[in-house]
Design a protein around this ligand. Sequence first.
Ligand code: AHR
Length: 548
Amino acid sequence: MIDQEPQGTSAVEAQGHVTDSPTFPPDDLSDTALVHAPTAVADIPSRLFGSFIEHMGRGVYGGIYEKDHPTADTWGFRHDVIDMVKELGVTCIRYPGGNFVSNYDWKDGIGPRDQRPVRRDLAWHSTESNEVGIDDFHRWSRMTGTEIMLATNLGTKGIQECLDELEYVNGAPGTAWADLRVRNGIPESMDISMWCLGNEMDGPWQVGHMDAQEYAATVAKVSHAMKLAESGLQLVACGSSSAHMPSFGHWERTVLEKAYEHLDFISCHAYYYDRGAASFQDFLLSSADMTHFITTVAEISSSVKARRHTNHEVALSFDEWGIWYSDEWNRQEQRWIEEAAAGLHHDPWPQAPHLLEDRYTAADAVVEGSLMITLLKHCKQVRSASRAQLVNVIAPIMAETKGPAWRQSVFYPFAAAANFARGVAYAPIIEGPRLSTQHFGEVQAIDSVITWDERRKQGLVLIVNRDEQRPHTVTVDCSSMPGMTGSRMIIDSAQMLHEDDPMKCNSPEEPNAVVPRHVTPRSNTDGSITLDMPEISWAAIRFHGSQA
Ligand code: AHR
């Protein structure tokens, strides 16, 4: 049974009906799946529920910041957007880019707003007013209760700028940059511990891009110097901007071999999108590509660790992930190149243009739900992740100029995990139907992860049916988890996202067209639960254990 749920992710009681326990293997394996025998992966790092705000399009200007908006505060920040960011449950935000950071001077964004220089941003061909900079973003992050993960410019800048920025942001008063911060109205250290050393430096599109050797040498020097300044920093080196880059693997190994001891994370970036009917099933199985990406980079990091005979760990920071219909941006860039070649480039350099304002379908939300399951199942290796991006630009939250903010379909799977996945992630065995795909071989139609907070005795089951065609009935058995022996799974709430038309989207006119709806899983006599999952669907079930 599926009925309409109001917006948001509020929990509503949905006590299961008790039915007979199913017998496994069932007569018709093609329609049923058993999710059972979960094994512990690792504690869930809160940074797994991070996001990303870049100075591009209407992410900052017209997104989090719109000084004439009715909900704006004296700093110009929109409070309707702040409320939605809090509701999403985002923990940590990568800032200020992205490609933008590689030609950005952080010093342009400090001091009195009316004296800040206006600059051209080469990455997105836009005008940057610098009305928002690190001081302002620090204030915003306090209001949203989020941690900042700060990216530095290694495109047009180098070691000295990174050190100056570090001193400005974190330094105790008494030295020049820290004193300037105090004079600019921020007496306390911003205590930013996670720093990204450049952005996608492997990409030929990046301002100042480098080959693997050049970047490895740069990162070794910058990370060494930054850790001399503050040994407790957590530094993220750029990994590959996609697992499909020609240098993928070679890049990671070269960087880690050169700078392993000074690094804490190596980044991964991956965007997926629906390329049309012929490959729609493969799109629904995008998490297979993400899994391959994670396991490959994790193996490289472990092998470098072993070769260097060190106990130091370099984890993965999957600090750009999500769905991005990037063809549209590529076409726009191509038009600019052609116009320039024809001598017609009048360089409009627009301010806060509408860029990458993708509208997300119900199918996109199911894929993002599936990607989140993959991140949780690999949280031993992936200790930080940022869904890209947060507001207006490939975003779960859209903000209309002078109008309301609204949630895209992809808001909901993220919010369910960010708000309720606590404790330890458990990867279950899944026995069920498999799908054959063009790129990923044979893959399970159903995927799932279970999270369990043993102290609170509260759990979350996330399930996705990635089958384009067929519904599947899924039985989940958590009886082997610690503290669950002899207990029943008591359902606190269960929600499902599925639309008969998987292309359905939310819009400003219909902001609640695609929302999760309450469902009622069946409780079986053996303590397991069963849920019917339509084709292309995602579900989140919150439960607690109680003695049978
Ligand atoms: O998120 C949009 C862009 O995607 C980022 O600026 C860049 O890092 C990536 O290529």
